[in-house]
Ligand binder design. Structure first.
Ligand code: HEC
Length: 123
Protein backbone atom coordinates (compact mmCIF):
# COMPACT_ATOMS: atom_id res chain seq x y z
CA UNK A 1 0.00 0.00 0.00
CA UNK A 2 1.41 3.37 -1.02
CA UNK A 3 0.33 6.41 0.92
CA UNK A 4 1.66 9.97 0.61
CA UNK A 5 4.39 10.39 3.24
CA UNK A 6 2.62 12.60 5.75
CA UNK A 7 -0.87 11.22 5.12
CA UNK A 8 -3.20 11.08 8.05
CA UNK A 9 -6.95 10.50 8.16
CA UNK A 10 -8.58 13.90 8.75
CA UNK A 11 -12.30 14.59 9.10
CA UNK A 12 -13.37 18.12 8.09
CA UNK A 13 -14.15 20.61 10.82
CA UNK A 14 -17.76 20.21 11.94
CA UNK A 15 -20.34 22.30 13.79
CA UNK A 16 -19.88 22.26 17.55
CA UNK A 17 -23.52 23.14 18.40
CA UNK A 18 -24.88 20.50 16.04
CA UNK A 19 -22.48 18.00 17.58
CA UNK A 20 -23.93 18.72 21.01
CA UNK A 21 -27.43 18.24 19.53
CA UNK A 22 -26.40 14.91 18.04
CA UNK A 23 -25.03 13.83 21.44
CA UNK A 24 -28.53 14.39 22.82
CA UNK A 25 -30.31 12.89 19.79
CA UNK A 26 -28.40 9.60 20.06
CA UNK A 27 -28.58 9.66 23.88
CA UNK A 28 -24.83 9.26 24.23
CA UNK A 29 -25.30 10.65 27.75
CA UNK A 30 -27.07 7.43 28.75
CA UNK A 31 -23.57 5.89 29.02
CA UNK A 32 -21.21 8.90 29.13
CA UNK A 33 -20.97 11.63 31.71
CA UNK A 34 -19.68 14.97 30.34
CA UNK A 35 -18.57 17.19 33.20
CA UNK A 36 -19.62 20.80 32.60
CA UNK A 37 -22.62 19.91 30.40
CA UNK A 38 -26.22 19.57 31.57
CA UNK A 39 -27.08 16.20 30.08
CA UNK A 40 -29.14 13.65 32.02
CA UNK A 41 -26.99 11.39 34.23
CA UNK A 42 -25.80 8.04 32.80
CA UNK A 43 -27.29 4.80 34.07
CA UNK A 44 -27.29 1.07 33.36
CA UNK A 45 -24.50 -1.46 33.06
CA UNK A 46 -22.74 -0.36 29.90
CA UNK A 47 -21.40 2.92 31.27
CA UNK A 48 -18.41 4.23 29.36
CA UNK A 49 -15.74 6.80 30.26
CA UNK A 50 -16.39 10.42 31.19
CA UNK A 51 -15.79 12.39 28.00
CA UNK A 52 -14.84 15.94 28.97
CA UNK A 53 -11.37 14.71 29.90
CA UNK A 54 -10.94 13.19 26.42
CA UNK A 55 -11.12 16.46 24.45
CA UNK A 56 -7.53 17.62 24.91
CA UNK A 57 -5.90 14.20 24.65
CA UNK A 58 -7.27 12.93 21.34
CA UNK A 59 -7.41 14.30 17.74
CA UNK A 60 -10.82 14.50 16.01
CA UNK A 61 -10.13 11.40 13.92
CA UNK A 62 -9.79 9.40 17.13
CA UNK A 63 -13.34 10.40 18.02
CA UNK A 64 -14.57 9.49 14.54
CA UNK A 65 -13.04 6.05 14.97
CA UNK A 66 -14.39 5.66 18.53
CA UNK A 67 -17.92 6.23 17.27
CA UNK A 68 -17.69 4.43 13.92
CA UNK A 69 -15.74 1.42 15.23
CA UNK A 70 -15.99 1.30 19.06
CA UNK A 71 -14.11 -1.98 19.36
CA UNK A 72 -10.97 -0.63 17.63
CA UNK A 73 -9.60 0.66 20.96
CA UNK A 74 -11.04 -0.48 24.27
CA UNK A 75 -9.39 1.15 27.27
CA UNK A 76 -10.36 -1.25 30.03
CA UNK A 77 -11.72 -4.79 30.20
CA UNK A 78 -14.82 -3.69 32.08
CA UNK A 79 -15.89 -1.96 28.85
CA UNK A 80 -16.01 -5.30 27.02
CA UNK A 81 -19.11 -7.41 26.58
CA UNK A 82 -19.13 -11.21 26.84
CA UNK A 83 -18.07 -11.41 23.16
CA UNK A 84 -14.95 -9.32 23.88
CA UNK A 85 -16.24 -6.41 21.83
CA UNK A 86 -17.03 -2.92 23.11
CA UNK A 87 -20.25 -2.47 25.06
CA UNK A 88 -20.75 0.70 23.04
CA UNK A 89 -23.35 0.05 20.35
CA UNK A 90 -22.92 0.84 16.65
CA UNK A 91 -24.72 3.90 15.33
CA UNK A 92 -23.54 3.42 11.76
CA UNK A 93 -26.93 2.58 10.29
CA UNK A 94 -28.70 5.57 11.85
CA UNK A 95 -26.05 8.32 12.03
CA UNK A 96 -25.23 10.56 9.07
CA UNK A 97 -21.60 11.29 8.23
CA UNK A 98 -22.33 14.94 9.02
CA UNK A 99 -23.51 14.00 12.51
CA UNK A 100 -20.36 11.92 12.99
CA UNK A 101 -18.16 14.87 11.96
CA UNK A 102 -20.09 17.27 14.21
CA UNK A 103 -19.85 14.87 17.16
CA UNK A 104 -16.08 14.64 16.70
CA UNK A 105 -15.87 18.45 16.70
CA UNK A 106 -18.02 18.67 19.84
CA UNK A 107 -15.97 16.03 21.68
CA UNK A 108 -12.69 17.65 20.62
CA UNK A 109 -13.90 21.00 22.05
CA UNK A 110 -14.48 19.55 25.52
CA UNK A 111 -12.17 20.40 28.37
CA UNK A 112 -10.30 23.02 26.39
CA UNK A 113 -10.79 26.77 26.06
CA UNK A 114 -14.34 26.37 24.73
CA UNK A 115 -15.95 25.67 28.11
CA UNK A 116 -17.45 29.03 29.10
CA UNK A 117 -16.71 30.29 32.61
CA UNK A 118 -19.72 30.80 34.94
CA UNK A 119 -20.05 34.37 33.65
CA UNK A 120 -20.16 33.16 30.08
CA UNK A 121 -16.71 34.50 29.18
CA UNK A 122 -14.08 32.38 27.52
CA UNK A 123 -10.98 31.77 29.58
C1 HEC B 1 -24.64 1.62 25.80
C2 HEC B 1 -23.60 2.51 26.27
C3 HEC B 1 -22.96 3.51 25.34
C4 HEC B 1 -23.57 4.41 24.50
C5 HEC B 1 -25.07 4.62 24.25
C6 HEC B 1 -22.52 5.19 23.92
N1 HEC B 1 -21.30 4.79 24.37
FE1 HEC B 1 -19.50 5.60 23.91
N2 HEC B 1 -18.56 4.15 24.98
C7 HEC B 1 -19.18 3.19 25.75
C8 HEC B 1 -18.18 2.32 26.33
C9 HEC B 1 -18.46 1.13 27.25
C10 HEC B 1 -16.93 2.81 25.91
C11 HEC B 1 -15.52 2.27 26.26
C12 HEC B 1 -15.10 1.17 25.33
C13 HEC B 1 -14.79 1.69 23.96
O1 HEC B 1 -13.88 2.53 23.82
O2 HEC B 1 -15.50 1.29 23.03
C14 HEC B 1 -17.20 3.97 25.05
C15 HEC B 1 -16.23 4.74 24.45
C16 HEC B 1 -16.47 5.93 23.80
C17 HEC B 1 -15.44 6.84 23.33
C18 HEC B 1 -13.94 6.60 23.43
C19 HEC B 1 -13.36 7.12 24.70
C20 HEC B 1 -11.88 6.84 24.74
O3 HEC B 1 -11.16 7.62 25.34
O4 HEC B 1 -11.42 5.86 24.17
C21 HEC B 1 -16.08 7.90 22.76
C22 HEC B 1 -15.43 9.12 22.13
C23 HEC B 1 -17.49 7.64 22.86
N3 HEC B 1 -17.70 6.45 23.49
C24 HEC B 1 -18.47 8.49 22.37
C25 HEC B 1 -19.82 8.16 22.31
C26 HEC B 1 -20.81 8.92 21.58
C27 HEC B 1 -20.54 10.20 20.82
C28 HEC B 1 -22.00 8.27 21.74
C29 HEC B 1 -23.35 8.61 21.13
C30 HEC B 1 -23.39 8.68 19.67
C31 HEC B 1 -21.75 7.12 22.59
N4 HEC B 1 -20.41 7.08 22.90
C32 HEC B 1 -22.72 6.21 23.00
C33 HEC B 1 -20.54 3.04 25.92
C34 HEC B 1 -21.52 3.75 25.24
Amino acid sequence: MHQPEEWRFTPPKGDLAKGRQAFVKFECYSCHQVIGENFPAPGGEAIGPELRQMGPIHPPEYFVESIMNPSAVIGEDRYRGADGRSKMPSFNEIMTVEELIDLATFLKSLGGAHIPSPRGQKH
